[in-house]
Design a protein around this ligand. Structure first.
Ligand code: ZN
Length: 152
């Protein structure tokens, strides 16, 4: 029997397949991050060169530069908050904001500023369930910055 893949915390991986996407911040066009070209020796996708990666992230619709999202859900959420900002329902938002925590860094997916100035942090989970690590970071965010992280 093959061993199930374990996460860093020794937990069993739930059915998780990352589905990274690009999103154009200007026109909100979304497209898939492609695997690298097949390496002839190993027959497996190899790492993309910077040139290949840069060519891939150009928006086909408006030639803007795409932003890398870890999952399709994250890309969809980006489109959602951008539309909310356009309609004036929120004051502003920032994407992928780093916060320094004790001994580690937490990259918040979205930091949203409400119309009354309240700051909210939203973490988009691309798969079911949270890992021990993210729970710890969420707790530290509350203790250190007094920010409650919403997990969507
Ligand atoms: Zn575009």
């Amino acid at each position: 029997m093959r061993m199930p893949r374990l996460t860093r915390q020794g937990e069993r991986h739930t059915k998780w397949r990352a589905n990274p996407m690009w999103i154009c911040p200007k026109c909100l066009f979304r497209w898939k991050v492609l695997p690298g070209p097949i390496d002839e020796k190993t027959k497996k996708p190899r790492r993309k060169t910077d040139k290949e990666r840069n060519a891939e992230k150009v928006c086909r619709s408006c030639k803007g530069v795409g932003l890398h999202c870890g999952s399709k859900k994250e890309a969809d959420y980006y489109a959602k908050v951008q539309k909310m900002k356009d309609r004036g329902e929120i004051a502003d938002f920032k994407f992928q904001v780093p916060f320094q925590l004790e001994g580690c860094k937490y990259i918040a997916d979205f930091v949203i500023e409400d119309l009354d100035g309240t700051i909210r942090v939203v973490d988009v989970k691309g798969y079911a369930g949270e890992t021990q690590l993210s729970r710890q970071k969420i707790r530290q965010m509350r203790e250190r910055y007094g920010i409650k992280v919403e997990v969507v």
